[in-house]
Design a protein around this ligand. Structure first.
Ligand code: 2BA
Length: 108
């Protein structure tokens, strides 16, 4: 068995969970916040059987999109200069996925 920890964009999460559930994968959804952009994302936890790993990843791949978001950088205060905010484009994944081998799993 494997434990999947997948960080996905809010906008993709509902559809992703729906698709995973429809294919028999159990999912726990946790609201999370990206450390860099400080905006909301979703962390999915899913315990899956080894022989369904490829199927799980295929659903993740098909249903998470990489997007470019604009963010403004905090202005630097240089004495005598006007304060300007600089917009930058940041590519946000798709899905960032960690895969762990599970030693044991119990449900009581
Ligand atoms: P954030 O930390 O808010 O990062 C959003 C996007 O900003 C990242 O997209 C990446 O393109 C960029 N970014 C992050 N840190 C950066 C830095 N120090 N300098 C320049 N650009 C930076 P993704 O890599 O697709 O990550 C999306 C979200 O997935 C992240 O949101 C974070 O919540 C999570 N994540 C990604 N890699 C992770 C890791 N190794 N450990 C824990 N969480 C991770």
């Amino acid at each position: 068995m494997k434990l999947i920890i997948a960080i996905v964009q809010d906008i993709d999460s509902e559809n992703l969970v729906e698709k995973l559930n429809a294919n028999g994968f159990k999912v726990t959804k946790i609201s999370s916040t990206g450390g860099f952009l400080k905006s909301g994302n979703v962390t999915l936890l899913s315990g899956i059987e080894d022989d369904r790993y490829d199927e799980f990843m295929e659903i993740m791949k098909k249903n998470s999109k990489q997007r470019e978001v604009k963010r403004t950088i905090q202005p630097v205060n240089i004495p005598g200069q006007a304060l300007i905010t600089v917009p930058i484009d940041v590519k946000v994944g798709g899905a960032s996925i960690f895969v762990m081998n599970v030693v044991d799993f119990k449900r009581y």
